[in-house]
Structure formats: C-alpha cells, structure tokens
Design a protein around this ligand. Structure first.
Ligand SMILES: CC(C)(COP(=O)(O)OP(=O)(O)OC[C@H]1O[C@@H](n2cnc3c(N)ncnc32)[C@H](O)[C@@H]1OP(=O)(O)O)[C@@H](O)C(=O)NCCC(=O)NCCS
Length: 166
C-alpha cells in the first residue's frame, strides 16, 4: 500500500496530530531554537486547542498515512490566489525516503483543484535541510521576515514561494 492523505477532522485525530507535532518539534528544532521557545510555540501553534481553532478558521490538515500508520502531517490554508503551506512534518524514521515529495505533489493537486496559482511558506532561516528540500521542489526565497510571537520570542524566517505552471 502506498502513501495516503487523510483529512484531519475528529477530536481523536487532532489529538494524534498534536502528539506528532510535539515529537517532531522536540526532536528536530533544539539545534535551531531554545527548548523554552519550542514549548511556547508548540502550545501556541500546534496544541490540540490551537489546531482546533485553526481548522475552524479554514485551515486544512492531512495526515501522511503509510500502511495504517500516521508518519507525519501537512497543514494548509487556501487563500484567494495562493495556498499557504503552514506545516509539513515527517517523523524522523520516515525521512529521507521522498514521502515529503509525495506530499508536495498532493499539495500541487490541491492547488489545481482550488484554482490557486502558487504555494508559499515560512521557514526558519537556520532550517537548512527544509530550505534545501523546498529549493529542490522549485521554491524561491522571496523575502525575509521577523515575526514577534510574544513572550520575547521572534520567528526569524524566509518566505518561500512556488509558482505553479510557470
Ligand atoms: C522538511 C521535511 C518534511 C522533508 O522531508 P524529508 O523526508 O526530510 O525529505 P527527503 O529527504 O525525502 O527529501 C525530499 C526531496 O528533497 C531532496 N533533497 C533532500 N535534501 C536535499 C538537499 N540537501 N539538496 C537538494 N535536494 C535535497 C530529496 O532528494 C527529495 O527529492 P526527490 O523526492 O525528488 O528525490 C522533514 O525533513 C521534516 O519533517 N523536518 C522536520 C520538521 C520541519 O522542519 N518541517 C518544515 C518546517 S518549515
């Protein structure tokens, strides 16, 4: 069985998603931001409460499901012309196998279905692997952005964009 994309809809699924977020953030981001900032950001952006609110606002989340196991997830927000790629996380033991590329293809399919022209995202400027992957898919860095997220923390990001049918 191949990779499937499962819409995140139920309370149970949101709980499962928040568990993956917590795992990936505490495993991957310590070399980029402090443990305190990780705890703060997971609670603010990817806790069960936060994700429930985002879905109510129009965000769409999908699990990457492989043989019955949720190996990661992606979260998007369709805008009038662009798809905001808010989240793309794959659990460590499933990385390096191209599953994220299948997710990217799924997202370009969503853009076609919604008649959207581009996909954009924010990525921490020190998240080198993800930046390399996004460039490999054809994303360009369009600008830098520093966002105050409260409690003295900032997000130091690049905005990257992929234009479809260029
Ligand atoms: C970002 C993430 C989803 C990418 O998934 P991944 O499994 O690591 O990606 P892969 O190694 O399978 O690489 C995906 C593609 O990029 C290519 N790639 C990987 N590293 C590359 C590099 N350094 N240079 C060029 N291309 C590269 C791969 O060859 C692959 O291409 P292909 O499918 O066309 O063969 C994953 O690393 C992750 O979850 N990271 C932690 C959380 C995170 O940072 N998320 C993004 C927040 S903005």
């Amino acid at each position: 069985m191949g990779l499937r994309f499962i819409p995140v809809e139920t309370e149970k699924q949101i709980t499962q998603l928040a568990a993956i977020a917590d795992k990936v953030w505490h495993e991957y981001f310590p070399c980029i931001i402090t443990d305190e900032q990780i705890d703060y950001m997971v609670d603010k952006f990817q806790s069960k409460r936060a994700v429930t609110g985002q879905i109510a606002e129009g965000y769409e989340y999908f699990f990457l499901e492989l043989n019955g196991i949720y190996i990661g997830y992606t979260g998007v927000h369709p805008e009038s012309k662009k798809l905001f790629l808010s989240k793309l996380y794959v659990l460590k033991s499933y990385r390096g196998k191209g599953y994220s590329t299948r997710a990217f293809e799924f997202l370009t399919g969503l853009c076609d279905a919604y008649s959207l022209e581009s996909i954009y995202l924010t990525v921490n400027r020190r998240n080198n692997h993800s930046i390399d992957v996004y460039k490999h898919w054809g994303f360009d860095i369009v600008r830098e952005e520093v966002t105050d997220i409260g409690q003295g923390y900032v997000m130091d990001d690049y905005i990257m964009e992929y234009v479809l049918n260029r």
